[in-house]
Design a protein. Structure first.
Length: 476
């Protein structure tokens, strides 16, 4: 993603909102919360005892309630671009190094643990009980992300005044924060800037890739030249994406190689149903090799769905920018419980969800699909047996956001009183207040403004205006 935009158009809005559950569980020690005798109930796999996973040690229902465990919650995927030491250079896509440190500390304090993109894709999320997984992504491979210094013995190390330098310092002082991040590399850039010094010219590209691969980082696809894939023809798509697959495969081996995971430059997606769209979602051939992408990651859309959700789509992984307004908005939503986070049960082989499932999560829950994925499903009783109020995750939910909305579709409102405005943003004049279930034709969007995502819509009465995406879902 290159700099210079103020209003960002996101290709999809796919944030499952509003399981109102407690977030402040980071202070609970995982070791103190584990029990030898489980109370949570495993769900038998259809097809007989031979298909049933082996029992595993699990927390008790009481411990799961205390942690607010729900592995259908959303997973934040954060997006970084460039870094500076000068606050005067801060922009939409540029963070100060001190601001980056502060954000990492804030995430750590909220109970997040970094995970590799690979673990998200394979639904192998391995973080402690009560913690929340998060994926850090870095687009463009700008020099400010990774500068190096040469040591006396000839080896290299990250320069403290760069993004990787800050990451390494934080990981080393916070070993329980994980140690992973995903770098979407543009081969034409490859962390190089000869104007900084000769050591960080383009000749350092391979050494930097080797260092990242050897220290637990992932390297993925951002096209050869940062091309907008919403405007290329099929031949250009194959050169830009396939060429980057080949470039990474020639230079990076092992688990660090994520050449078939594509971060969309500018968030540009091909027109649905077009030849380029078929290449993005299917097979194509480059330089004698058949290639199929594993995953496609958008520029925006908010936190992405749990890989155990029925709405999970690896070809439409959403994320959000790390500018102060976006971070304040989303971290505030997480802290309030208005957006429910994936909260781990501490075991990557089990998927634990509350019982009963709240109504607003019902469309995301499929026990058979979870078990078919090789996971043992655990459901725990959310009810405390006293006279007090039910746990937060049993209370009525606020409106849930829609999955995979697109221009030309029909959406329906999920709540009453949804405001139709004459322009996106809360300063727009209110034209009407729509009832629950109102049919709306999607004309344009999504557009991010005032910390929210907006769609331009047309009502059945012909009225045209803008509404907030979180109150929409695809029409049945």
């Amino acid at each position: 993603m290159m700099m210079g935009r103020v209003t960002v158009k996101f290709p999809r809005w796919t944030v499952g909102i509003c399981l109102v559950a407690g977030l402040l569980v980071a202070g609970v020690a995982p070791g103190a919360m584990m029990a030898q005798t489980p109370e949570a109930t495993p769900i038998a796999t259809p097809g007989g005892a031979s298909a049933t996973p082996q029992p595993v040690t699990r927390p008790t229902d009481e411990q799961l309630r205390a942690a607010g465990v729900n592995e259908l919650g959303v997973v934040p995927v954060l997006m970084y671009h460039t870094f500076t030491s000068d606050p005067a250079n801060v922009a939409e896509w540029t963070r100060t190094l001190d601001g980056f440190r502060d954000q990492l500390q804030q995430l750590y304090d909220m109970g997040f643990v970094t995970i590799p993109m690979r673990d998200l894709l394979e639904n192998r999320i391995d973080v402690p009980l009560g913690k929340h997984p998060i994926v850090l992504t870095f687009d463009d491979s700008s020099a400010s992300q990774f500068l190096i210094d040469q040591n006396a013995d000839g080896t290299i190390s990250p320069r403290p005044g760069s993004g990787v330098g800050v990451l390494e310092e934080f990981f080393n002082t916070h070993p329980d924060f994980g140690h992973s991040a995903f770098f979407a590399v543009v081969p034409d850039y490859c962390f190089a800037d000869a104007d900084i010094d000769a050591l960080n010219a383009y000749d350092s590209c391979q050494a930097k890739l080797d260092w990242l691969a050897g220290h637990g980082y992932e390297i993925g696809n951002h096209t050869i030249s940062h091309a907008n894939l919403g405007t290329v023809d099929p031949g250009e798509f194959v050169e830009e994406v396939g060429g980057t697959v080949e470039w990474i495969d020639e230079r990076v081996s092992g688990p660090a190689n994520m050449s078939r995971v594509l971060m969309l430059p500018y968030g540009g997606r091909p027109e649905p149903g077009s030849k380029v769209d078929a290449l993005l979602n299917g097979w194509f051939r480059y330089d004698g090799e058949d290639i199929k992408l594993e995953a496609v990651v958008d520029v925006g859309g908010g936190p992405t769905f749990s890989p155990s959700s029925t709405w999970w789509d690896p070809m439409a992984i959403t994320r959000f920018n790390t500018d102060p307004a976006s971070m304040d908005y989303w971290l505030g939503q997480f802290a309030s419980g208005d957006v429910i986070l994936y909260t781990s049960d501490g075991n990557p082989d089990t998927i634990t969800v509350p019982n009963p499932i709240p109504d607003f999560l019902a469309n995301e829950f499929d026990a058979g699909a979870i078990q078919a994925d090789g996971k043992q499903l655990v459901r725990y009783d959310t009810r405390t047996h006293g006279d007090g109020p039910p746990p937060r995750h049993d209370r009525p939910a606020t409106p849930a956001a829609a999955a995979s909305l697109a221009i030309g579709q029909t959406a329906v409102t999920t709540d009453s009183g949804v405001r139709l405005r004459d322009e996106p943003g809360t300063d727009g004049t209110v034209l009407d207040e729509l009832p629950t279930g109102a049919n709306l034709q999607l004309l344009d969007g999504p557009t991010s403004l005032d910390g929210q995502t907006w769609w331009k819509v047309k009502t059945d009465d012909g009225e045209i205006g803008w509404v907030v995406a979180e109150y929409l879902r695809p029409a049945p």
